[in-house]
Design a protein around this ligand. Sequence first.
Ligand SMILES: Cc1ncc(COP(=O)(O)O)c(C=O)c1O
Length: 393
Amino acid sequence: MSKKINDIYSDLTELIKKSTKSKKKNLFLHNPYFDNKEHYYLKRCIKSTFVASAGEFIRKFENSLKKITKSRDVITVINGTVALKVCLEVLGIKKNDEVLVPSLTFVGTVNAIKHAGGNPHFIDTDSDTLGIDIKKLDSYLKKITIKKNGVIFNKKTGKKIFAMIPVHVFGKIGNMNELIKISKRYNFKVIEDAAEALGSFYKGVHAGNFGHLGILSFNGNKVITTGSGGAILCNSKKLSIKIRHLVSTAKVNHPWDFLHDEIGWNYKMNNLSSAVGQAQIEKFKKIKKYKTKLKDRYKNNSKKFKNLIFSDEPKNCESNNWLNVIFIKRINLNDRNKILNLLNKNGINCRPVWKLMHKLKMYKNSPKSNLSNAIKLEKSVICLPSSAEYGKN
Ligand SMILES: Cc1ncc(COP(=O)(O)O)c(C=O)c1O
């Protein structure tokens, strides 16, 4: 093993041990933060026998999410991936429409585009915000699009550019006002993938409220969890009525009869998962406080290491600090993997950022812009153990 790799490994180990203040043998990337409330609400839910699509916790959890996000409506569903698919479909995506999406994202974002019949069109990432590189996007769109009757088309593929999905990576939010301006100029829809951004704000506005629709995920590794689960943030009354209807098998309200007036989905979150979600969200303030404390420690402790740069909150963004990120200076993928191997072998659960989407075999022929920032980030990003419990220490 080269000296450089050993040095970075020992710097990271020192940084993580000092920041998490944990004496435990294994440090996890992101554990859920549970207490007795989950047990209590789950027991109450089971006792009520309402474990599926009806019951007290469904609306309770949705109302709690509304309070935090200030969205007009929040519709809980079975996961974040279907939430994205539903958003694309209710906004009217047509077969082979293109959707602008960062190559640096979780595969679920891109799969949802395909499941909805669209095609991903990959764009680059900003190295500070980890969201879309806005300047690059603007000049790229100038070059590759043509407007016909107010609709924007990709000159090369001839396909309509229907929407853009900005992703709030690790809870960080870039300049959403600027992105929305671009979307209006080019006349495409915006669906925010805020899967990782519950509790993140840009200029005081919660993630998911800038575009036409937004989504959250409550997968086991997120700031709060329902096991698996997601939600759609909606600020249009008309759309929220439509979404609620479609994700609940398009069932017409009736005390006993089965009437369905469209081909709907069975995507609504059940009462059991909502019970866990409600227990989680009641301590969200505490979780966020611990996570902020942990982020501050990582930020301060990282200053002394010359090969490590802490990825701070972007300008005007209050992040939920879901995952703390370190950039390693001048590193290649091979050496990054060696460092990650060493860390994980020694009980420190760190991970890289996702393999870029345009490299996956399913998406390697999709249209794409120059992705030089994402390619650099793929090499240099290491996600650090970020469980809320470490901020409590
Ligand atoms: C950025 C991003 N988008 C989409 C998803 C999909 O959410 P889910 O796993 O709930 O389907 C996730 C997380 O898992 C994610 O991190």
